[in-house]
Design a protein. Structure first.
Length: 278
C-alpha cells in the first residue's frame, strides 16, 4: 500500500492539494482587495467611479461562474497574445481571426511553445487566481458595500464635526468599524470559495478532483503495476473528508476573529462578552 500511495501520480495528487491551498491563500486577499476597491468606488461621490463600482458588482455577480470562467480566461489569454502579436510581429499580413481560429505568430504565444512545463503551469495558475479574484471580488464588494452603509451615520457626522476630513473619517472611523458587519458575509464567501476550487479543472489546472478521478478509475495490469477496480468512490470520500476538515478549521478561525471584532461593540455579542467578564 505504501508503494502504491507513493507512485508518481499520487505525488501529483498531493502536489495538487498544495495547489488548491496556494490558490486559496493568494486569491482570498486579492479578491478582498478587489472587493474593497469595488465597494469604495460604489460609494464614491465621483459619478464615473460610482458607476464603475456598481457595474462591476452587478455584472460579475449576475453572470454564472462557469460561463465567466470559460469566457474571461479565453478572452484574457487572446487579448495578451493579440497585444504581443502587434508588438513583436508588425510584418504579419495574415488575418488573426481565421474563421473560429485565433492565429498569432509563434513569438506572441503565451507562454512560448519551448517554455518549460513549470512556466505553462504558472501561467495557467496565474490566470486562475486572477479569474477567481475578479469573480469573488465582486461578491466581496457587495458585502463590504453593505457593511460600509451599516456603520451608523451619526458616527461619521461626529467625526466630521470634530474637524476630520473625509479621508480621515473613512480610514479612522468607517473602515475599522465596517469589518464587524462584513465578517459574517465574508466568512460565508470564504466557504463558497473553498467549494469552488474544483472549477480549477475548467481553467486547465490539474486539481485534486482531477487526480481523484484519474487515480480512482479502473486500472488493468496492461497499463499499471497496481491494477484495481473502480475506486473513485473512495478517492472522492477522501476529498469529502478533506473539505469538511478544512471547512471546520475555517469556522473555528473565523469564530475567533468574530469574537475579537465584537469585543467592546454595542451589539448583543459585545454585551454578552461584557457580562461574561463582569
Amino acid at each position: 500500500m505504501a508503494c502504491y500511495l507513493t507512485t508518481g501520480k499520487h505525488m501529483s495528487l498531493y502536489w495538487s492539494v498544495l495547489t488548491v491551498l496556494s490558490l486559496l491563500a493568494i486569491t482570498a486577499p486579492v479578491a478582498l482587495g478587489f472587493g474593497f476597491a469595488g465597494a469604495s468606488a460604489a460609494r464614491s461621490p465621483v459619478a464615473p467611479l460610482r458607476w464603475f463600482g456598481k457595474s462591476y458588482i452587478a455584472i460579475v455577480r449576475g453572470v454564472p461562474d462557469i460561463a465567466f470562467f470559460l469566457f474571461f480566461v479565453i478572452a484574457l489569454d487572446q487579448a495578451i497574445e493579440y497585444l504581443r502579436h502587434k508588438a513583436l510581429c508588425p510584418d504579419w499580413t495574415d488575418p488573426i481571426r481565421q474563421g473560429s481560429d485565433f492565429v498569432v505568430c509563434q513569438a506572441a504565444k503565451m507562454p512560448l511553445g519551448e517554455a518549460p512545463q513549470w512556466v505553462h503551469e504558472t501561467y495557467g495558475f496565474s490566470l486562475a487566481v486572477l479569474t477567481f479574484a475578479i469573480v469573488f471580488g465582486a461578491f466581496a464588494a457587495n458585502v463590504l458595500f453593505g457593511a460600509m452603509r451599516a456603520v451608523p451615520r451619526a458616527q461619521l457626522e461626529t467625526a466630521e464635526a470634530y474637524g476630520m476630513t473625509q479621508r480621515q473619517t473613512f480610514w479612522r472611523i468607517l473602515v475599522p468599524q465596517m469589518w464587524f458587519f462584513a465578517l459574517p458575509g465574508l466568512s460565508n464567501l470564504w466557504m463558497v470559495l473553498i467549494k469552488a476550487t474544483p472549477l480549477l479543472f475548467l481553467l486547465g489546472v490539474e486539481d485534486i478532483v482531477y487526480w481523484a478521478r484519474e487515480l480512482g478509475g479502473t486500472k488493468t495490469p496492461r497499463f499499471t503495476d497496481y491494477p484495481h477496480g473502480d475506486w473513485r468512490m473512495w478517492y472522492f470520500l477522501a476529498l469529502l473528508v478533506f473539505y469538511l476538515v478544512f471547512t471546520r478549521v475555517s469556522e473555528i478561525v473565523l469564530d475567533k476573529i468574530m469574537a475579537k471584532l465584537t469585543h467592546g461593540q454595542a451589539t448583543a455579542a459585545g454585551e454578552a462578552q461584557r457580562k461574561a467578564a463582569a
